[in-house]
Structures are given as C-alpha cells and as structure tokens.
Design a protein around this ligand. Structure first.
Ligand code: HEC
Length: 145
C-alpha cells in the first residue's frame, strides 16, 4: 500500500515537471472522463436508471477533479495535432477559457456540497453543471461534425 501511494506521488511529481509530454492526450483523457461521468448523470435525469446518490457524487467528483489543472494542458504549440478538437479561441482568450473552467469547477463543487439525496434535489444541481458543457464547447471547441 505504502509503495503504491509513494509511486502515485512520484508519478504526480513527474507529471508536474514533465514538459507537457502528452498535453493533448492528457486533456482529451480528462474530458473523456467528464463525458463518461455525464453519461450516468443523464441516465438518472432521464430516469433510465434509478437515482443513486453515490453515483451522483462520484460523477460530480470525477468532473470536479478533471477541471482542476486541465487548463495547464493547453500550452502554446498544442493548437493542432493528434485529433484535438480544441478551438483557436482558447489561445486568443486564455483568460476567458480559464474563467469558464473555474466556473465548471465551482458548479461541480456546489453540486457535491449539496449532497443531493433524491432525484428532485439532484435535478436542481445537475442543470447548472450541465450548462457548462455546451457553454464552453460552443466557444472553445471546434464544432463537431
Ligand atoms: C471550460 C471548458 C470546458 C467545459 C466546461 C467542458 N469541456 Fe469538454 N472539452 C473542452 C475542450 C477544449 C475540449 C477539446 C480538447 C481537445 O481535443 O484537445 C473538450 C472535449 C470534450 C470531449 C471529447 C474528449 C475526447 O475524447 O477528445 C468530451 C466527451 C467532453 N469534452 C465532454 C464534456 C462534458 C460532458 C462537459 C460538461 C459536463 C464538458 N465537456 C465541459 C472544454 C470544456
């Protein structure tokens, strides 16, 4: 266990000092996790799956976690390459992109803090979280075919 924890810490330190070896792959992986977390939340909102407060909290936590530090994975020079869908607006307005990500982080943190116990409480916090996806993608992501 101790070894695993130390290994993880070492990996984090290494990731922090690596000169963005894989920023595009890393940010895409983080967003893919956000997308997967969204999948479960949408199923519960649409009542295709019973509401489970633990699934809700875990999914919001995955999103919150992905939002932390992700904007550092958009260094100059990674505007293009291995099928990134990041839009040019990110590099034209990095401050605006950061603000949008901070808002996503705050909304997911608020959803976690609310600890929604039932479907109605969940729907109330899900809406504001979900609004972030399209709001950011519309401006900062290339339009999808
Ligand atoms: C503040 C901006 C921002 C927010 C908020 C945001 N995204 Fe993204 N998302 C991006 C950007 C930028 C990309 C493109 C990354 C790339 O291809 O380099 C992306 C890509 C994705 C991808 C594609 C990942 C891949 O495999 O290439 C998915 C899926 C996704 N987002 C889902 C979501 C969902 C669901 C939400 C809301 C719960 C969300 N995003 C919120 C900026 C955002």
């Amino acid at each position: 266990m101790r070894k695993v924890i130390l290994g993880t810490i070492a990996a984090c330190i290494f990731a922090g000092t690596a000169v963005y070896a894989e920023p595009i792959a890393d940010r895409k992986a983080a967003m893919k996790n956000v997308g997967m977390a969204m999948g479960s939340l949408v199923k519960m909102v649409k009542e295709q799956m019973d509401y489970d407060p633990n699934v809700a909290l875990l999914s919001f936590a995955v999103m919150n976690n992905a939002s932390i530090g992700i904007t550092s994975l958009f260094p100059e020079g990674t505007e293009m390459g291995i099928d990134t869908t990041a839009g040019p607006k990110i590099w034209e307005d990095m401050a605006g992109f950061n603000t949008a990500m901070v808002k996503f982080q705050a909304d997911t943190a608020a959803a976690i803090a609310a600890k929604p116990a039932d479907l109605d409480a969940f729907k109330a916090v899900f809406g504001p979280v979900a609004a972030n996806c399209a709001a950011c993608h519309k401006v900062y992501r290339l339009s999808q075919p």
